[in-house]
Ligand binder design. Structure first.
Ligand code: GLN
Length: 483
């Protein structure tokens, strides 16, 4: 049962081959048996899952249907879940039970999805390896000595290990697409404003976006359908109709114009990944796509700009964790200042503290123009590059990451080395564009992802291209040994 995709589960439930309660019990047992190897969950919600599964079975018995009705999922542990620990991977929020559900959580619950638990993540979503979690590192099911990517590493590892078919995730600079690439999954970062951020604990508010992680584009379409839509509670949510993503998967790729940026194939890219990307291009050409070389001249400035903007926003967002209102409070504070200092010093891990310091510095009176303002100007240039490219092409294709998943600990002492691995994903967040990563092959037994980017609100186009590719390739069907 654990090998089924969301689409297969929906068919099985409709045909009464099994019930949601049976499926939920099977997956909970599998999690108990296998998760200790990969550490992909922070909290399990067995009781909630079984009651949601029972309710879903009853709704089906009463004639209701729906692709998510009775489907088991999990939420990255930064989506607020009412009455359930929502830790953001941090000691700071280890004791925090959210007083309300995030919009994404509420929408998926209303659609009948069954929440198995909350998945591990880099602390406050800062990272690319899932090693900064207070709950310990997550291991990559493809090779337990390697990282699964981050910050949504728990969601990715759990889905890759077939502990469940799909999970929610968030992407501020690549945290859906990069772990998808590292674990052989399909992951979609929607257009900024497509999925509500209400109840999603903020890292960098102008970049954060929730989206689906699953094994196939078909499943990403199903999960995104349940997540997307206007939310008056989120002032950056956009009131744009949500298309039927599943219905849009069968479009022909005949004449599809694919832009391949020449800057993507620079010295930093592992040549074996470059070869796999070229193979995926050939595959899409066979399906009728037309390839065109394009240029994104300001790409080289994206990482420095992101690593000013994201920490700046984080330093502001994380000021609310003061030991008074939320989460961790130090023992026996001497006075208010001591309470703030020690609660934050003890509650936040080192990567979070580093980013708060960088961000506060970049925003400080003397340096604002030199760093933050400059970074915002670069952000506009990056966006303009994409706007001119999309005058000529329908999607942009390239690698998701320059290298496959690295060994646990390999980049822990050198944060900048990890930041540089975000080179292909960060630009989409700076511009607010949708992006998808899908499996494209293996290097040394480790998965490689190909990234597709599209104009605003063209998630459907990305899913269609990925689905057509997956109908003609079998990379996404490969399973890690032992799972
Ligand atoms: N790796 C990037 C960072 O550390 C992106 C993280 C994310 O998308 N949440 O900021």
């Amino acid at each position: 049962m654990h090998h089924m995709t969301l689409a297969e589960i929906a068919r099985g439930l409709t045909d009464k081959k099994f019930s949601s309660v049976e499926l939920t019990q099977t997956l909970l047992a599998r999690i108990a048996q296998l998760d200790p190897q990969i550490n992909s969950f922070i909290s399990l919600t067995q009781d909630l899952a079984l009651s949601q599964a029972k309710a879903a079975d009853e709704r089906r018995a009463n004639g209701e249907s729906g692709a998510l009705l009775g489907a088991p999922i999990a939420h990255k542990d930064l989506f607020c879940t009412q009455g359930i620990r929502t830790s953001c991977g941090s000691k700071m929020l280890d004791n925090f039970k959210a007083p309300y559900d995030a919009t994404v959580v509420a929408k998926l619950a209303a659609a009948g999805a069954v929440t198995l638990g909350k998945t591990n993540m880099d602390e406050f979503a800062m990272g690319s390896a899932n090693e900064s979690s207070w709950y310990g590192a997550v291991k990559n099911p493809w090779n337990l000595e390697h990282v699964p990517g981050g910050s949504s590493g728990g969601s990715a590892a759990a889905v890759a290990a077939r502990l469940l078919p799909a999970a929610t995730a968030t992407d501020t600079g690549g945290s859906i697409r990069q772990p998808a690439a590292f674990t052989n999954l399909t992951g979609l970062k929607p257009t900024y404003g497509r999925v509500s951020r209400w109840g999603m604990i903020a890292y960098a508010s102008s970049l954060d976006q929730g989206g689906p992680l699953a094994r196939t584009a078909e499943d990403c379409a199903i999960l995104l359908q349940g997540m997307a839509g206007f939310d008056p509670n989120d002032s950056t949510s956009i009131d744009e109709p949500v298309p039927d993503y599943s219905a849009g998967l069968s479009g022909s790729l005949q004449g599809l114009r694919i832009g391949v940026p020449k800057e993507y194939f620079s010295a930093g890219l592992d040549p074996r990944i470059a070869e796999l990307i070229h193979n995926s291009i050939k595959e899409l050409e066979k399906l009728g796509a037309v390839i065109k070389e394009i240029s994104l001249p300001n790409m080289q400035h994206a990482i420095p700009a992101y690593y000013v903007i994201a920490p700046a926003e984080a330093s502001s967002n994380l000021s609310r964790f003061d030991g008074v209102r939320f989460g961790y409070r130090c023992e026996n504070p001497e006075n208010l200042e001591d309470l703030y200092k020690r609660s934050r010093g003890e509650g936040f891990g080192s990567e979070v503290q580093r980013r708060i310091m960088v961000g506060a510095y970049a925003l400080s009176a003397g340096y604002y123009d030199a760093y933050y303002l400059k970074a915002q100007k670069i952000r506009r240039l990056v966006k303009n590059d994409f706007m001119s490219a999309f005058n000529e092409v329908d999607i942009i294709l390239g690698p998701t990451t320059p290298n496959p998943a690295w060994k646990l600990g390999a980049k822990s002492s050198d944060p900048v080395a990890a930041y540089l691995e975000d080179v292909y994903t960060i630009t989409a967040n700076l511009a607010g564009l949708p992006g998808l990563s899908m499996p494209a092959g293996f290097v040394d037994g480790l998965p490689v992802g190909v990234q597709l980017l599209a104009p605003y609100f063209q998630e459907g186009r990305l899913l269609n291209v990925a689905h057509q590719y997956q109908l003609n390739t079998d990379w996404h069907t490969r399973t890690p040994t032992g799972f």
